[in-house]
Design a protein around this ligand. Structure first.
Ligand code: DC
Length: 219
């Protein structure tokens, strides 16, 4: 099976790019952040606080995360419930970054992610795909962009969804999340040694997709 790993900070455009590349290459797109988000949603619904590691570790035993695809779009199922509509809020984003640092949370998803890549050709995005989940991936890309540009894109996306938000607050949240994701002990966000860096600050989606396809074809 073939696999492509895309890692990078929040809002760099990983999912937009990965979806497009998946379509072009006829690969399955796996959004691992959505899996961590589903778990964070469960903890929030249970009224568990981010710092309550014992309760979170225990709750992991009550959670089942699985994926389904509808019209090519990944759907995350939390104990059988499709939670796609609830996992993109800022509250869930921060809770996800806060709780994905715990070993039990990561253990829970690691095998699931590896098994998906054993069964089909995948392009998987996240924070630790090239370094930890799929160290043998055929292509590894570290996709990044300036925090100002990432915040601007996220702001535009939220406004288009009809959600009112503050640009400066979004940039602050993104920086806080990156800081936490890069500095945790287990599977922090970092460029794999053999990853190719793409800085998308001044690139269009089409340019990044073309660059990735060309990198893949040259592997
Ligand atoms: O990619 P995203 O913004 O949906 O990810 C949400 C959070 O999940 C991110 O702040 C860190 C965590 N995450 C992780 O720890 N490991 C991954 N492979 C993917 C996401």
């Amino acid at each position: 099976m073939k696999s492509i790993a895309i890692d990078g900070p929040a809002g760099a455009g990983k999912s937009t790019i990965a979806k497009r590349v998946a379509k072009e290459l006829d690969f399955i797109y796996v959004d691992t952040g959505a899996m961590y988000r589903a778990m964070a949603l469960y903890f929030l619904r249970q009224g568990i606080k981010a710092e309550e590691e014992d309760k979170i570790s225990e709750a992991c035993g009550d959670i089942q995360v699985s994926l389904a695809y509808e019209n090519g779009e990944q759907q995350v199922l939390l104990n059988g419930e499709n939670v796609n509509a609830f996992i993109r809020t800022e509250e869930v984003s921060m809770m996800t970054s806060d709780t994905s640092k715990y070993p039990k949370v990561r253990e829970k998803l690691l095998d699931l992610q590896r098994n998906l890549a054993k069964a089909q050709n995948v392009i998987m995005d996240g924070r630790d795909i090239g370094t930890c989940v799929l160290p043998g991936a055929d292509l590894k890309v570290y996709l990044t962009a300036s925090s100002a540009e990432r915040a601007r894109r996220r702001y535009k996306e939220q406004v288009e969804r009809g959600i009112s938000c503050d640009l400066q607050q979004i940039e602050e949240d993104i920086i806080a999340r990156d800081e936490q994701d890069m500095n945790r002990e287990i599977a922090p966000l970092k460029k794999a040694e053999d990853a190719v860096v793409i800085d998308a600050s001044d690139m269009t989606v089409e340019e990044v997709v073309a660059e990735m396809i060309s990198l893949y074809q040259n592997t």
